[in-house]
Every structure is written in C-alpha cells, then in structure tokens.
Design a protein around this ligand. Structure first.
Ligand code: PMP
Length: 295
C-alpha cells in the first residue's frame, strides 16, 4: 500500500492528498517514457529524521532532467526543504521518497515546457529483502549508452529493468545481473554490483551503469575501512572465482548475494569485507550521514 486516504504528496507546487492528484491521459511521460525520477531514503536518526544524501539525489535529478531536455524549476535545496515538509505532513521518519518529474500533454517526440514535479513518500522495507540473494545472469543487457543517457534516471529505462527482474523471478531467482553491450558485467535492474576476491572489492566503472549514490557511499566506507576497491570491466565468468558479492542501492541498501547462477559464493558472508561494508552502511544511514560521528 503506497498511500491511504490521508496521504499527502507534493504536486504541481502544493501539498495535496494523493487520492486527489490526477494525471492526464495525453501526457508524454505515459506514452513515451520521457520523465525522470529519484529514489531516496530518510532515516529516523538520533538527530531526528534525516534524508540520506538529499543533495546528491536532487543534483542527480537535475542531471537527468537536463539530459532529457526537461526544465526543472526547483533547486536541489528547495526540493530538499519540500521533502522534509512532506515527511512531516505524513508523519514519516523511515521512508522511501520518490520524486518524479513528468511531462504534460504532448504526442510529438519533442520535449514540452509543461513540466510537473511530484514527490511521494511511503514506508518501504529493503527492496530486495533481508535474505541473501540468488541472482542469475540476465539474457537482457543494460541499455546501449550510445542510444540513451544511462547515467540519467529516466522513466523509460526501467522497462529494461522490469524485463530482467521478471525473467529472473520466472526462473526461480531473486534478481538479475545484467551485462553491458560488450558483455561485461554492468549492474542489477535497480542496484549496483560488487564482488569480493581476496578481500578486494571489484565493480564496473562508470559508462554503462547508473552512477549509484550508494555505490559512492560504499567507496567512502571502504576507504575508511582500508578495503581496496577496483573499478574494472569484467566478464560474468570472473564472478565464478569470487569469494562474495553484493548489490547496493538506495532502496535495497547493501544486500549480500549467496549464489550467482549455480555458483555458490564460498566465503561465509559474516566473514567477508562485504559484510563489514553492509554493517557500516546501515550504521551510517541510521545514525546520520556525517562520517564517524556514531561509528
Ligand atoms: N542502478 C540502477 C539501474 C538503479 O535503478 C539504481 C537505483 N537508483 C542503482 C543502480 C543504485 O543507485 P542509488 O545507489 O543511487 O540508489
């Protein structure tokens, strides 16, 4: 349940009941997928409700909008202030926040100046759950970076994600792992991927993946823990030599992977550096975003 009779959203400049917000049938976003969005989390910390890396998320929303020629009239700071008010109005502390910038009536393939900003929030558990995952190599690849802006969080890109996750679930897996157009491992449908070998973490470089804010946080945490992280292109076969692996993203946080296709990662999750990253990530977001204050 995403909303109730009482839920308030920020929509077209004001706070209204979610049930009263109406979207037109001729909107470009609905027909062609041209819209941009974010996925953000707030946490109930000892300092009060804190939105984790709000500026980074809203800056990325601006980046996405710019790439898609969408005029976004609010600054990141304004959007952050609005989001805190939205949480307050809904009595939410630990929440998932979904800003969406969608376009109005336009059936042609050109952008429109009719831009709508909506921000919604609801309580949402970890997107991929709390249990170690069974992941399959997808038969789908991530979108071609020469065909679209893969570092932008565009509504239409998520049809690829839906196909990949659906295929994985139909085959009895929890989630998919996708390659890029050159057959290197890229990322999951809604999370970045890391594997661990001899204590070192490996992940795909930017270029074919979303530049995840959680991915960047993993880099920061690894640095603090003196864990080496290497960005490089690698083929799926390389994962069969790994000790451990995980997905990370705002909605999923950091979640361990038990199995990739039929390969079971040999290292006990609790003994891995990946697990240390997972624990520290949880503490980072649940206390506050400032380094080492409560750690
Ligand atoms: N890759 C994709 C395709 C995603 O949708 C997400 C979720 N936004 C991520 C990675 C992780 O990004 P973040 O850590 O910024 O949530």
């Amino acid at each position: 349940m995403y909303y109730t009779e009482e839920t308030v959203v920020f929509w077209n400049g004001e706070f209204v009941k979610a049930k009263d917000a109406k979207v037109g049938l001729y909107n470009q976003t609905m027909h062609y997928g041209n819209g941009v969005f974010e996925g953000i989390r707030s946490y109930d910390t000892p300092d009060g409700t804190r939105i984790f890396k709000a500026k980074e998320h809203y800056d990325r929303l601006h980046y996405s909008a710019e790439k898609m020629h969408i005029q976004l009239s609010y600054t990141s700071e304004e959007l952050e202030t609005i989001t805190y008010r939205l949480l307050e109005l809904n009595g939410l502390k630990d929440a998932y926040i979904r800003p969406l910038v969608y376009l109005g009536e336009n059936m042609s393939l050109t952008p429109t100046q009719d831009v709508h900003v909506v921000i919604m929030a609801w309580e949402w558990g970890k997107y991929l759950g709390d249990s170690m995952l069974k992941v399959m190599l997808s038969s789908y690849q991530r979108p071609n970076p020469n065909a679209c802006h893969v570092q932008a969080k565009v509504v239409g890109h998520y049809t690829n994600s839906i196909l990949a996750t659906t295929e994985a679930k139909q085959k009895g897996f929890d989630e998919a792992l996708l390659t890029d157009i050159h057959g290197n491992i890229a990322e999951g449908p809604g999370a970045n991927f890391f594997y661990e070998k001899d204590g070192v973490l490996y992940t795909a470089p930017l270029g074919n993946i979303l530049s995840g804010i959680t991915r960047a946080t993993v880099f920061e945490i690894a640095d603090e823990l003196d864990i080496q992280v290497v960005e490089k292109f690698f083929k799926p076969e390389e994962i069969y030599t790994a000790d451990a692996a995980f997905f990370c993203g705002t909605a999923a946080e950091v979640i361990g992977i038990a199995q990739f296709n039929d390969y079971k990662f040999p290292l006990n999750w609790e003994d891995s550096n990946s697990h240390m990253i997972q624990r520290k990530y949880k503490r980072r977001v649940a206390f506050n975003e400032y380094r080492n204050v409560y750690l």
